[in-house]
Write a protein that binds this ligand. Structure first.
Ligand code: FES
Ligand code: MG
Length: 570
């Protein structure tokens, strides 16, 4: 039995009076003693007029509350920060750790025996799980679900892979002003998260595969009645956890669950951002995500899900083909099916309940994969001593082994000022380099890694070039793009040493990214770098905390003091 309203009472020597006060205040909302005497399930409310992805949150909260009450417990919704990709300046990543802190402390501060976190837009689920893992209170995750698809001139459209593709066509002059306006109204036709395999979908699929949410929770479209029923079922389940006192996140977020998540990330052609978030989540429970182990997973796991940007379909098609449970069945040889699920039982039970859909082609079998190896690879070399990442499933095969001349942009502002300059000295086989776009550099590691093809080359029909940066990239983007170069240039990483005209060699089969400049010369350039000083934007407040304590991409970009140390080796 949970402790309900008694939990976390401030005790100034008289616990009875503290409870008396707490009840006196909460009764102002009209609650009865019967309601207040039950185990409590807290429910995060991330509804915001600035977050259209979370537009269905009120309906999900209402359904979750119904589920909690049908199971005899007491639901209490409370607000936390909400973050939408397009409305978070300077970047949503800058705010992820703030949301994680806010969510963690509000779960800790208020009386609840279990918590339901409802999120979806890219950074929200990672933030909520980082929080829940740190508190280690029984937690059920309800993703808000993906948008349904849009249609334009007989073509199916999705945010935001097609946003990029069609905007690219507009830049190249093949789509005029009037048509691009029409398309603008059709790319996001409902509430919910981007319906391609972007970061939101990647996180929802990994979270389901880790057993943190109920089966099918990643894929049911946001506006569907089925999602409301899922929220009700999640509410019931959370009430059971509140009474039983578990399982807790630490019992679910085990090393095998993290490995399962990595298998799924490779098999779905997931977003590179998922790797940073998974690393941050693991660090909150003293598990660790090792980049080389992740790369090794990618060498044995095929891409099986045919979704944009690596494939052709959208999340609702994945759902109707059987969703994550069916994918786990196809991956059964590569997944640890004994991992527990918050639904009760293990992934073996989840797989047993998977639906077989005759004739579906969205979820392939390992015998007929989309790609025989995983979506992502980890690169190392003198340009990225602590690693870089490439989503090669969404790259141009002919560019995966490529040596070219570097064309360097020193910052986002420099990129914006020069990339479309008709006089820019650039050719299709050059390597575009962007620096000062990492966790501390930009700040907040913007999704700027998808450098635009210089307009004069785009007009000649160039669709892809090798691009290298310490930035991130939206999971909805595509191209031969090397990301998360670590350490970042702002802390003196080798990216800071590249000059226009140097040669860079990308060799994805060998997992290498190298700057072909003599070591002596690189040492001389390093010695000439200016001393790192705290920049003006980080003078005070949260920005200062962020600048001074954010870790690099290989450590999950969490604050360095949030890490949970692994238990000492026996
Ligand atoms: Fe919210 Fe894409 S903008 S998930
Ligand atoms: Mg995104």
């Amino acid at each position: 039995m949970g402790r309900g309203l008694r939990k976390g009472l401030t005790n100034y020597g008289d616990a009875g009076f503290s409870l008396f006060l707490r009840k006196a205040f909460i009764k102002a909302m009209g609650y009865s003693d019967d309601a207040l005497d039950r185990p409590i399930v807290g429910i995060t409310n991330t509804y915001s007029d600035y977050n259209p992805c979370h537009g269905n949150v009120p309906a999900l909260i209402e359904a979750a509350k119904r589920g909690v009450m049908l199971a005899g417990a007491m639901p209490m919704a409370f607000p936390t920060i909400s973050i939408h990709e397009s409305f978070a300046h300077p970047t949503s990543m800058f705010l992820r750790n703030l949301m994680a802190m806010d969510t963690e402390e509000m779960i800790r501060a208020q009386p609840m025996d279990a918590v339901i976190v409802i999120g979806g837009c890219d950074k929200t689920l990672p933030a909520q799980i980082m929080a829940a893992a740190s508190v280690d209170l029984p937690t059920v995750v309800i993703p808000v679900g993906p948008m349904v698809v849009g249609h334009h001139k007989g073509e199916v459209l999705g945010a935001c892979t097609d946003c990029r593709r069609l905007w690219g066509a507009h830049r190249a002059g093949t789509i005029d002003e009037a048509e691009i306006e029409t398309i603008n109204g059709r790319l996001a036709p409902s509430v919910g998260t981007c319906m391609v395999m972007g970061t939101a979908s990647t996180m929802a699929c990994m979270i389901e595969a880790m057993g943190l949410s109920l089966p099918m929770s990643a894929t049911i479209p946001a506006p569907h009645a089925e999602r409301i029923r899922l929220a009700e079922a999640s509410g019931r389940r959370a009430a059971e956890l509140a009474v039983a006192g578990g399982p807790r996140p630490s019992e679910i977020m085990t090393p095998r669950a993290f490995r399962n998540a990595q298998v799924v990330m490779q098999a779905i052609g997931g977003s590179t951002n998922g790797l940073i978030h998974l690393t941050a989540m693991a660090n909150r429970v003293a598990a660790r995500v090792d980049l080389d182990a992740f790369d090794a997973v990618g060498r044995e796991v095929p891409v099986l899900v045919d979704l944009k940007p690596s494939g052709d379909h959208y999340m609702e098609h994945f759902h109707h083909a059987g969703g994550v449970p069916k994918l786990l069945r196809e991956l059964a040889d590569l997944i640890d099916l004994d991992a527990p699920s918050v639904a009760g039982g293990t992934l073996r039970d989840v797989v047993a309940g998977a639906e077989e859909v005759p004739g579906q082609t969205v979820i392939r079998s390992p015998d007929h994969p989309i790609k025989p190896i995983g979506a992502m690879a980890v690169l190392r070399g003198n340009l990225a001593p602590r690693g870089a990442v490439i989503k090669h499933s969404a790259a141009t095969p002919g560019l995966l082994s490529h040596t070219g001349r570097a064309v360097v942009f020193d910052s986002l502002a420099d990129l914006a000022a020069r990339v479309d300059d008709p006089d820019l000295d650039v050719a299709a086989d050059d390597v575009l380099v962007l620096r000062n776009a990492g966790p501390k550099g930009a700040p907040g590691m913007p999704e700027a890694g998808y450098l635009p093809i210089p307009k004069k080359l785009a007009r000649q029909g160039v669709k892809d070039m090798v691009r290298v940066s310490d930035a991130r990239m939206s999971g909805t983007a595509f191209g031969t793009i090397v990301l998360h170069v670590t350490p970042e240039s702002a802390v003196g990483g080798p990216l800071a040493l590249v000059r226009t005209g140097d040669r860079i060699r990308l060799d994805v089969p060998a997992r290498r990214i190298d700057l072909l400049v003599e070591e002596d010369e690189l040492a001389a350039r390093a010695a000439a770098l200016p001393e790192a000083a705290r920049p003006d934007w980080a003078a005070r407040g949260y920005a200062r905390l962020f600048h001074d304590t954010v870790t690099q991409a290989d450590e999950g970009c969490d604050f360095d003091f949030m890490l949970r140390e692994p238990p000492p080796a026996a």
